[in-house]
Write a protein that binds this ligand. Structure first.
Ligand code: SF4
Length: 648
């Protein structure tokens, strides 16, 4: 979640990590050479299929590099399996000395230019391998589809709250969702927590009471086993051998939500395993370095890029090399206007070379010189599976950004949802809202929202009201008339795959509303509580729209509080006593601005503070001020105001 715009802005290229271009283990299976000797079975990979197509088109005469054996060929000289055609040299890193130079240039640039990021500092300074791996893992999951700048604050708060895997394993999903609120793609947080529960795990004393909680959270502030006091210390169960898996392969195999990219990042950065990574930034850089213009989300191209990343990764500094490649994509080789002049690997960049050649061709043409004969290494003249398709030839106006290319994005599904902000005055007069919890699986799993209902396409406004009123009636157990629902407007939120329109209504309720406990969990929250709850960004937008509308409606120029009474002597609510006072002093109707509900109002040079507001400020540790002061400009509680009528 978080919207397509966030996904498009992803500093790592967005959309190239697990779950998008790498749809998990299925795609890996598809990419691996199939076990069938004939290659005709369902296990035949996309790559092999593409290569086979290439062989057929070229009459089966695709050249292989000298000395390369034909893997998969039948040893008995029987039917040969189709063998992937090696990509043309244009798309390869085949010169070891070039690879060495590229590594050296890239690492030197990274050492000088890398951004200071909290997860990098932790990974570089933390001596404990499990903590290092955990720190990298959290950062990598948060960075999926999300910008670095957004992630930093979330990451710091996360690591402060759950500095270790054990601490995270003890957290509830509600706590995880609360911290994750606003970061989008909520299933990421959930999967992190689920995976944490699989790693080192003490099913000690507390487990007898609550199998979902560890000792520390239930009974003991410290692990009793560490003090030699744990009755169940002999039963310390460590599902994964008491430590994080130590290789990319195991990380991917054993931890839920960890795909090939994340596994490679953790293993290379935390353990120094020489394994490559391919994310959106790496795809872009490699496609440009080697002029790969075929659909960069296709399994054939992705496989080729993984091979390339694994071949390029520096053997002595794999973690730094991988981060350098990603950093290059995030800061220099950016999607729209790459800074080729500052690029540390420009001498290896074939996209750049192609641009230079095209310019040279153009100028030769201008002076009437014959077009040069194409370089034998140049591609794009045949059926190369890594070149741009013939239908989308080189576009000279795009320069190096001809690479990479992606298949057209699928249009997001359009959906409409009616949502209602149910309001009431709480016992202290503060405005409260009803929120309900979403199911524990699916979109925005476990998050809280205003009562909402998916709308069928083509419903007229009256019909929308009717179905929403019925839904609210079921939620609250009291009759709700469709005509009482007030239309606030529409709020649009774009998820990665859904273009969602919320049709927002509001409905004030009087008195206590008892909710049916048999229905979804629900609760009343103040505005402050709403913002600290596990609610999505979309719901925050809904509340904002509602508050904006209320703000417009408030009667500026009249004394009173928005959402409260509108006439002297109205039923006592948050501002009821104030109205009585103002009426007593003949000030009702004096032109002053409406304050925000629950805050205060300015009158006669005094800022009057609602007692409810003061209480909440005190709770947050602010020093109540001005209760005994009558200096203009200070804040007075209602009590002080009542005791100092002369101040008016
Ligand atoms: Fe990217 Fe330009 Fe560097 Fe090539 S030279 S890798 S296109 S920034």
């Amino acid at each position: 979640m978080g919207g397509a715009s966030r996904s498009d802005l992803s500093p790592r290229g967005g959309g190239a990590r697990e779950g998008k271009h790498f749809p998990g283990k299925a795609s890996r299976g598809a990419a691996a050479p199939g076990p069938s000797a004939t290659g005709s079975g369902p296990a035949m990979s996309h790559l092999r299929a593409a290569a086979a197509r290439g062989l057929r088109r070229s009459g089966g005469t695709a050249a292989r590099p000298a000395g390369q054996s034909r893997k998969g060929a039948s040893p008995r000289g029987g039917t040969s399996a189709p063998v992937p055609a090696p990509p043309p040299a244009q798309h390869l890193f085949s010169d070891p000395s070039e690879i060495d130079t590229l590594r050296g240039n890239l690492l030197a640039w990274y050492d000088k230019s890398k951004r200071d990021l909290p997860w990098r500092t932790l990974a570089a300074t933390e001596p404990d391998a499990d903590r290092r791996a955990y720190a990298v893992w959290v950062s990598e999951i948060m960075l999926q589809q999300t910008q670095v700048a957004t992630v930093i604050d979330y990451y710091n708060r996360w690591m402060q709250k759950w500095p270790t895997l054990q601490a995270l394993a003890q957290a509830s999903l509600e706590e995880v969702n609360e911290l994750w609120a606003g970061l989008g793609y909520y299933s990421r947080g959930k999967r992190l927590q689920e995976a944490a529960r699989k790693v080192p795990w003490c099913w000690g004393v507390g487990a007898f009471l609550d199998p979902s909680a560890a000792c520390g959270s239930v009974l003991a502030p410290v692990c009793l086993a560490s003090l030699g006091l744990c009755a169940a210390a002999t039963r310390v169960v460590t599902e994964l051998g008491g430590q994080m898996p130590r290789t990319a392969e195991e990380l991917q195999k054993l931890l839920p939500g960890v795909g090939r990219y994340t596994a490679g990042a953790i293993a290379s950065i935390s353990y120094g395993q020489a394994t490559g990574v391919v994310d959106g930034n790496v795809i872009r850089v490699l496609c440009r370095l080697r002029c790969i213009g075929a659909d960069s989300s296709s399994p054939a191209v992705i496989d080729r890029l993984w091979d390339m990343a694994n071949a390029l990764v520096d053997r002595s500094r794999p973690g730094d090399f991988n981060q350098a490649l990603m950093e290059l994509g995030a800061t220099v080789c950016v999607p729209k206007a790459p800074l080729c002049g500052e690029c540390p690997v420009r001498q290896h960049c074939r996209a750049r070379r192609r641009v230079e050649k095209e310019l040279a061709f153009a100028s030769q043409k201008l002076f009437g010189k014959p077009a040069p004969v194409p370089d034998v290494e140049d591609c794009g003249f045949g059926d190369c599976p890594l070149c741009p398709p013939a239908t989308e030839p080189w576009d000279s106006s795009l320069g190096v950004t001809n690479f990479p290319r992606k298949a057209a994005k699928k249009q997001p599904r359009v959906a409409r949802t009616a949502t209602c902000v149910l309001e009431r005055r709480g016992c202290h007069g503060a405005l409260e809202y009803l929120i309900v919890q979403r199911p524990s699986s699916g979109l925005l799993a476990g998050l809280w929202e205003f009562p909402s209902l998916a709308l069928a396409q083509g419903l007229q406004e009256e019909q929308q009201r009717e179905v929403l009123a019925d839904h609210l009636q079921a939620c609250t157990g009291r009759p709700v008339a469709a005509g009482d629902l007030r239309l606030i407007g529409e709020v649009i939120h774009v998820f990665s795959h859904i273009h969602q329109t919320y049709v927002v209504y509001s409905l004030p309720l009087d008195g206590d509303v008892t909710l049916d406990p048999a229905l979804s969990p629900s609760r009343w929250v103040t505005e402050e509580e709403f913002h600290t709850s596990a609610v999505s960004t979309a719901m925050k937008k809904v509340l904002k729209a509602c508050e904006k509308q209320h703000g417009k409606d408030s009667d500026h120029g009249k004394v009173g509080i928005a959402g409260g009474c509108t006439a002297p002597g109205a039923a006592p609510r948050c501002c009821g006593p104030w109205c009585a006072v103002l009426e007593t002093h003949g000030l009702w109707g004096q032109a002053v601005d409406h304050p925000k509900p629950g805050t205060g109002l300015s009158l006669g040079g005094f800022a009057l503070v609602c007692p409810q507001y003061q209480a909440s400020k005190r709770k947050r540790g602010a020093k109540p001020q001005g209760a005994s002061s009558t200096r203009p400009g200070t804040q007075l509680s209602l009590r002080a105001f009542l005791q100092a009528p002369t101040s008016l």
